[in-house]
Design a protein around this ligand. Structure first.
Ligand SMILES: Nc1nc2c(c(=O)[nH]1)N[C@H]1C(S)=C(S)[C@@H](COP(=O)(O)OP(=O)(O)OC[C@H]3O[C@@H](n4cnc5c(=O)[nH]c(N)nc54)[C@H](O)[C@@H]3O)O[C@H]1N2
Ligand SMILES: Nc1nc2c(c(=O)[nH]1)N[C@H]1C(S)=C(S)[C@@H](COP(=O)(O)OP(=O)(O)OC[C@H]3O[C@@H](n4cnc5c(=O)[nH]c(N)nc54)[C@H](O)[C@@H]3O)O[C@H]1N2
Ligand SMILES: [Mo]
Length: 676
């Protein structure tokens, strides 16, 4: 072996994504020089996305924060000076201690989301529990509405091993764009289609996954629940159902059958604005292949009617008995891996105030009383880009006494902070990763030392905990000993050395989800009728359709000024709001608009356009395309204000979903004009 040959190590991408790709990383002289997919891993067989390939630029790029910073100018102006860790932590210690004394621990909002999926994120518990409490958020920006809806209906959120989709004869992609968001699933979908499977796409636009579709349905945004009930009605009327399966494994079918009678074809076509013949066509496809796979991900559940919509859609495969078998099923996400234990928790204080739905952070932050929120600690999150109603959120954050953020980059949120703490990248700490696109547990290895003065959260909390005199046993260091203890207390039948070589699958894993036909709902059956939906959410036990907010029917006054629906999707070159600032992936922000809508506004291809409503306005480049129907404008989510002046969440109000406290990002009306 020559002296300079790079070391090849295995790890995993911890990003909040379906992929959770196994990585092969080349390290040379203590630096990451190349990142590729691990060809021998059952997770990705070498596949990796464009961001993954560019991770070394993320680690070493000039945008990376390397030292603690303190704000010097006005908040939000982005003027900072370099300070030492000692200065940063002393300042934070003094302020937090005083706020706790004066207002109580609940005056601090601890805000953490899911930039990374690892269990080491729990290291914050040890600090905040010993702090005596805090305020936290509940619900989600991502999938909480759908998760809860599926739990209410099936008892668990899981699906077959993704390669099983190759056995499908019919695949319906509903509000999902795996070509961008779940490349492994897309790989198997493509193989299925090459083998002759039929593909149907249901999306408000021509998305990147539907190119090979045999049928395309474009519902009016947020009307998918109505479409699902209409399809159910047709399947039942035409006896394209599996009576035995329904009898044995479901609850409440008689009531459901009555409900769907209210959704005849012509009414469904009117409501969804899908031509009648196309709805008939999907019924025919299901008639030909009653055992089929339905993939339904986030698109349909970013509306105020999210939970009932997902309940209605998820029940369709049940009607034809497409559950618990090869080559069919309902796919949302696969959460079969056991939840990992965190064996270092001190006693939970009784002053944890769980009072802010994250969907409504912008309007609720400033509404908390006894005590009000005075400080915000933010890690693994970029609320000033990724949460709705940003201008309002900025106003509320501007009133705070202290904002601390740990991040790798000077994000829109970091720009609001008083103290910025430089955090570690995925190659600079170890962790255990459980994903949601598959059920493997994988070891993330520490491969290099952090650059500059970057520190992992566990170290930040240990240093700050020392100042407070906290018990450091509850603030474990980030190392393999800690990981080993987590493996032990989580009863995983695997050790670190095995995990270094390959991903781990728990013995309870089902290749074919629900293959045992056991359902963990209150009736132990798949629930058409869900009493829990009423008890927990005060919603109809049946998945009834209701019009979402902010559209031509529910808000005619807003619609008369802002007649276009703004829909945002996740981008191939970003991970939520991450990588927007990386020069190599940087681009001019653009909006898709139908040529008809453009023409009546005198807008031409590549024109700069102002897109606005009463909450805000931004300038983007117009792309004229029939991929969106008239009445809809489409933007990829994640551009920042600081880099692109194109933060679309300025335009979006903070609406919450019916079930699961989700965020209804897609209920948003705007207008567009040529920019002056
Ligand atoms: N490359 C990449 N991968 C990612 C991410 C990323 O940012 N970039 N993010 C990860 C995360 S956190 C998530 S949550 C997932 C998201 O994964 P997906 O759910 O696949 O992504 P989205 O882009 O939110 O939405 C999917 C589709 O829903 C459509 N849609 C919107 N509204 C409606 C509607 O009313 N009806 C119908 N039928 N369709 C509608 C959109 O046009 C879009 O094509 O991806 C994960 N993977
Ligand atoms: N309009 C619109 N808004 C959306 C969506 C949409 O479709 N449309 N999608 C929503 C969805 S599905 C999601 S999941 C949310 C995502 O919203 P967030 O969970 O806030 O995620 P990100 O925007 O990716 O921000 C994560 C931040 O954590 C930082 N980070 C990365 N690694 C580390 C680390 O190890 N330590 C620390 N301290 N920081 C780290 C990153 O640099 C980044 O700034 O956005 C939601 N917002
Ligand atoms: Mo998400």
């Amino acid at each position: 072996m020559t002296k300079d040959r790079p070391l090849v190590c295995f790890s995993v991408c911890p990003k909040d994504c379906f992929g959770s790709c196994s990585l092969e990383v080349e390290v040379e002289k203590g630096k990451v020089v190349k990142v590729r997919g691990n060809c021998n891993s059952p997770v990705n067989q070498g596949r990796i996305c464009i961001k993954g390939k560019n991770y070394s630029n993320m680690v070493y790029g000039s945008e990376r924060l390397l030292y603690p910073l303190q704000r010097i100018g006005k908040r939000g102006k982005g003027e900072f000076k370099r300070i030492s860790w000692e200065q940063a932590l002393d300042t934070i210690y003094e302020k937090l201690k005083n706020l706790r004394e004066q207002y109580g621990p609940e005056s601090v909002l601890y805000y953490n989301r899911f930039a990374n999926l690892g269990v080491m994120k729990n290291c914050a518990h040890g600090f905040w529990y010993q702090f005596g409490g805090f305020t936290s958020t509940y619900g989600g920006l991502c999938d909480s509405a759908a998760q809860e809806a599926i739990n209410l209906t099936y008892g668990e959120v899981k699906h077959n091993r993704i390669s099983d989709i190759e056995n499908a004869r019919l695949i319906i992609l509903w509000g999902s764009n795996p070509a961008y968001s779940n490349i492994h699933l897309m790989h198997h979908i493509n193989k299925a289609v090459d083998k002759g499977a039929k593909l149907i796409t249901i999306d408000i636009r021509e998305n990147e996954s539907g190119a090979k579709s045999h049928l395309y349905l474009n519902p009016r945004p947020g009307t998918d629940g109505c479409l699902a009930l209409g399809i159910a009605n047709q399947l039942i009327e035409n006896n394209i159902i599996d009576d035995n399966f329904i009898d044995q494994y479901t609850f409440g079918f008689a009531e459901f059958k009555e409900l769907v009678k209210d959704y005849p074809l012509d009414k469904v076509s009117d409501t969804t604005e899908i031509p009648l013949h196309k709805i008939k066509s999907i019924i025919n496809y299901i008639k030909e292949s009653p055992e089929y796979t339905l993939v339904c991900v986030m698109g349909v559940q970013r509306y105020t009617n999210a939970g009932q919509t997902v309940r209605a859609i998820s029940l369709l495969p049940t009607l034809t008995g497409s559950i618990g078998k090869k080559g069919c099923g309902f796919y949302f996400s696969d959460r079969q891996a056991p939840e990992l234990d965190w064996p270092f928790s001190p006693e939970k204080p009784n002053r944890i105030r769980n009072s802010i739905p994250v969907a409504k952070l912008a309007s609720e932050l400033d509404n908390q009383v006894n005590p009000p929120i005075k400080a915000m600690w933010i890690e693994q999150a970029n609320p000033m880009t990724s949460n709705p109603n940003i201008n309002l959120l900025a106003q509320a954050m501007n009133k705070l006494d202290l904002i601390v953020i740990a991040d790798l980059f000077l994000t829109d949120t970091a720009r609001m902070a008083d103290i910025i703490l430089p955090a570690t990248s995925m190659f600079e700490y170890c962790d255990l990763i459980t994903g949601y696109g598959h059920s493997y547990i994988q070891l993330q290895q520490k491969l290099i030392e952090p650059p500059g003065e970057c520190k992992h959260e566990s170290e930040i909390y240990r240093l700050l905990g020392k100042k407070f005199g906290f018990n450091l046993d509850y603030l474990p260091e980030n190392n393999l000993d800690t990981i080993e203890k987590i493996i032990g207390s989580s009863n995983l039948n695997v050790d670190i050395d095995e995990l270094k070589e390959k991903p781990y699958l728990h013995h309870s894993y089902q290749e074919i989800a629900f293959g045992d036909l056991k359902f963990n709902t209150s009736t132990q059956k798949i629930e058409f009728f869900s009493q829990r939906t009423r008890d927990r959410w005060d919603e109809d036990p049946l998945p009834v359709y209701s019009e979402p907010v902010e559209n031509k029917y529910t808000s005619p006054n807003i619609y008369s000024k802002y007649p276009l629906s703004l829909i945002s999707s996740h981008a191939h070159n970003k991970m939520n709001s991450q990588f927007s600032d990386m020069s190599i992936l940087k681009e001019e922000p653009f909006v898709w608009i139908n040529p008809h809508d453009a023409a009546i506004r005198g807008i031409n291809e590549n024109d700069k356009v102002r897109i606005y409503n009463e909450r805000g306005s931004l300038i983007l480049k117009a792309i004229l395309t029939k991929k969106v129907t008239p009445g809809i404008v489409h933007i990829f989510f994640g551009w920042w204000d600081r880099v692109h002046q194109a933060n679309i969440n300025k335009l979006i109000r903070d609406y919450i979903s019916d079930i699961g406290y989700g965020t209804a990002f897609h209920n948003c009306l705007v207008e567009i004009q040529k920019a002056k």
